[in-house]
Design a protein around this ligand. Structure first.
Ligand code: XMP
Length: 524
């Protein structure tokens, strides 16, 4: 096997934060892959040829018979190894040390969850360059078991009150083992540790987005050959980047299907069509099915019913149009790395929010298509970087996420064409305000929801009886939790005035100050 770049192997023992290790390494321009421990055999190790190996944490106990282990041969590869939490314990166990269960105190360690402070012990350690400038480092602990006796050759380089073996190493073999999780944000200086490790392993930082792009194009060509590919385009960043990348790889063997459910924002459908069809010359089927969708949604007010109608129609419509593409053998999806890891996690992993609508879930099996997923290894911001590499406009790449069911879930209660029209205009004014004030990039997502209520107002000398709307803006890192954005009263006042003046049908504007939890970002 020949590789274009240095590779680091992460052996996954099922920690919920394993993907963050990959994340930290990619930030250092290091190419890495996560593989579940079951797949890592002697032959696999030889073929992979890692320049360094990291053992992730994990929920099991090394004291349990049959608990996960890496193959012994990993220790004779002659490359640096870093064991984290369970990874530390497994390393100690295999190399001749001892690990005890949390409640039995041996070596003074106990179960520990949360923030802790590590202070240096022993001599300097190369992977700790830049650590302990302030005397101690905050780290994140999350372990039940602990190392009670070090394996031969190991020494202690850092301790915390509850973890006498917080940082250990066998410097002659370049084996490092830590009790805490350097990959999480609660270990603020954790990145330095990874930086030192990859430097020591001789990584040159050759994993750039340009390299990724060339690799990905090559892989797509190999996978697809001269066959045809269909790609569902939603107008979102992921599917757009996937489409442009695949088009660069195989040209007109790719056809995109854009299902327009009539629930897009102002001018959005036209923008998608003109960008892909006219600008990129990508063959595109614009399935304008708004009558169908809005017809079926007519009179429906229950949020789940609305979502289900949209999801089902989407699959039907997509399938209908995709069937028109004769001889298509592949379906392209913009699946990202966190989705992949969550779905293969052997421990069950964190619960997965399956956006079946967005990701046309279930379709490949139904249609007998093979999958092309060129973004499988990337995180969201890396997809954006790839989009830039491919020349997608910045205004497009930086766009806030937009849900698959579109404006339907921003229009609580029954959906009518009138309400959608009003909502589109109000939303456009609101986003314009946010852009004008230079706040767009600080906000994870901002939108208007039109409320199923009319209120009385007075404009000029007349009485009005129009819809109320709610402005929503949140900050978030992943959409799982969110805080409302603290706009100034001046901004809110100016925006309310503009919406009421410029959008016929709205006479009252409110600001949603609910965080998530307990609220959700969308209104339905
Ligand atoms: P909630 O409202 O659950 O939203 O706090 C979290 C994030 O997910 C987006 N969202 C969706 N995206 N299909 C999608 O593709 C959906 O059905 C869907 N529902 C919510 C939402 O916009 C936010 O970014």
């Amino acid at each position: 096997m020949t590789h274009h770049h240095d590779r680091l192997l992460i052996i996954d023992f099922g920690s919920q934060v394993t993907q963050l290790i990959a994340r930290r390494l990619r930030e250092l321009n290091v190419y890495c892959e996560i593989h579940p421990y079951q797949n890592v055999t002697d032959a696999f190790l030889a073929a992979f040829g890692p320049k360094a190996v990291i053992f992730s944490g994990g929920p099991d106990s090394v004291t349990r018979e049959g608990s996960p282990r890496p193959p012994e041969s990993v220790y004779s590869l002659g490359v640096p190894i870093l064991g984290i939490c369970y990874g530390q314990q497994v390393m100690m166990q295999q190399l001749g040390g001892e690990v005890h269960g949390g409640k039995i105190s041996g070596g003074g360690g106990t179960a520990e969850f949360g923030r802790a402070f590590v202070t240096p012990a022993g001599s300097d350690l190369s992977i700790l360059n830049g650590w302990f400038a302030g005397g101690r480092e905050q780290v994140w602990m999350s372990h039940g078991d602990h190392v009670a006796k070090l394996a031969p050759g190991f020494e202690v380089f850092g301790t915390s009150p509850n973890a006498p073996y917080a940082i250990t190493a066998d410097t002659s073999r370049n084996f490092y083992a830590v009790q805490f999780h350097p990959e999480v944000h609660h270990t603020p200086n954790g990145k330095t540790l990874y930086e030192n490790l990859v430097k020591l392993a001789g990584f040159t930082g050759d994993w750039t987005m340009g390299a990724y792009k060339d690799d990905a194009i090559e892989k797509i060509r190999q996978q697809v050959g001269d066959k045809k590919v269909i790609c569902g385009l939603s107008g979102g960043v992921d599917s757009s980047v996937a489409a442009v990348l695949i088009h660069e790889a195989i040209g007109d063997q790719l056809t995109c299907v854009f299902v327009d459910h009539g629930l897009m924002r102002l001018n959005e459908a036209e923008e998608v069509v003109s960008m892909f069809r006219d600008n990129y010359n990508i063959p595109l089927i614009h399935a304008d099915e708004s009558d169908l969708f809005l017809g079926e949604l007519d009179g429906q007010s229950d949020p789940e019913t609305k979502r289900k109608i949209i999801g089902k129609l989407f699959i039907d419509v997509f399938q209908k149009h995709a069937n028109e593409i004769e001889g298509a053998e592949f379906l392209a999806q913009g699946t990202l790395y966190p989705d992949v890891i969550e779905s293969v996690s052997f421990s069950g992993g964190p619960s997965v929010t399956i956006k079946s609508h967005h990701n046309v879930g279930g379709l490949p099996e139904k249609m007998g298509l093979k999958l092309v997923e060129p973004l499988r290894e990337l995180f969201k911001d890396e997809v954006r970087a790839l989009g830039r590499e491919l020349g997608l406009p910045e205004s497009f790449i930086g766009r806030h996420p937009f849900p698959g069911p579109g404006l339907a879930i921003r229009c609580p209660g029954e959906i009518t064409r009138d309400k959608l029209e009003i909502l589109r205009k109000a939303d456009a004014v609101y986003i314009d305000q946010i852009r004008k004030h230079g706040l767009y990039d600080e906000i994870w997502q901002a939108f208007v929801a039109i409320l199923p209520v009319r209120t009385v107002g007075v404009m000029g000398d007349g009485r009005t009886y129009d819809y109320a709307c709610a402005l929503r803006a949140v900050t978030s890192v992943d959409g799982m939790t969110a805080d409302y954005y603290p706009f100034s009263h001046e901004f809110l006042g100016e925006t309310a005035t503009r919406i009421i003046n410029e959008v016929e049908g709205i006479n009252r504007v409110t600001y949603d100050i609910t965080s998530k939890p307990p609220g959700t970002i969308e209104w339905e």
